[in-house]
Write a protein that binds this ligand. Structure first.
Ligand code: BEZ
Length: 216
């Protein structure tokens, strides 16, 4: 591995628009294969380690919002380097302590083979935990968005749902989601690519900055 590659952060390997690499692995919900989720949205996310404080809060928060992901036809799948039996013990602790059952699959990746394929760990690390990487994968298996948080900052479940809502609205409406967009709010039209339409527009911005559906 050369020096330039060593400097690559996690998330650097795959890009938006790539097909998610397929894998088959053991999980807390039995054997899973990524391609088995085709036809639905999938949020695949890594966490640094079981039995750690921030990760525990994330799993409780996500498990409590499982129905919100289901309502968006989206499955959840988690992954870390910990063994299947560590995952089981952690989920038992979470249920006993928080009264919440985590039923979405948590994949074991002790050899980091999946984490490396997804850029969830640096390629040269042999013992590194995966960081908080999240891939939003569409029903065709294409990566549509990804986020990467450090170990000491927990993800926002409302923001994960907003990303899903935004991607689904973009597909349904063929429109663009502006800053701070929330479901039900206006979306934007793609700008024209015609100079004639630029010159014919009623003002200097309406050819590139206008709401979808014609409102301003
Ligand atoms: C946590 O989940 O709290 C955590 C995990 C790894 C490193 C630091 C914090």
């Amino acid at each position: 591995m050369d020096t330039a590659s060593n400097a690559l952060p996690p998330c650097a390997g795959l890009r938006i628009g790539d097909f998610a690499p397929d894998f088959e692995a053991r999980s807390t919900a039995g054997p899973v294969r990524l391609s088995g989720f085709r036809g639905r949205w999938l949020v695949l996310f890594s966490h640094p380690a079981d039995f750690t404080p921030v990760c525990t809060t994330e799993f409780v928060a996500l498990a409590r919002e499982t129905a919100a992901f289901e309502a968006r036809d989206c499955a959840l799948m988690a992954l870390s380097v910990d063994s299947l039996f560590s995952h089981f013990a952690w989920l038992r602790m979470i249920r006993d302590r928080f009264g919440t059952e985590v039923r979405f699959p948590i994949v074991e990746d002790p050899t980091l083979v999946i984490g490396r394929a997804f850029g969830m760990v640096s390629a040269q690390d042999s013992d590194s935990a995966t960081v908080r990487t999240t891939f939003f994968i569409d029903p065709r298996g294409v990566i549509r968005a990804m986020t990467c948080y450090p170990a000491n900052l927990g993800r926002s479940v409302p923001e994960m749902l907003r990303i899903l809502d935004g991607l689904q609205a973009i597909d349904a409406q063929g429109a663009l989601a502006p800053a701070n967009w929330q479901p039900g709010e206006p979306m934007l039209q793609s700008p024209t690519q015609s100079l004639d339409e630029v010159f014919d527009a009623e003002d200097a911005t309406s050819w590139f900055l206008r709401n979808a559906g014609g409102t301003r």
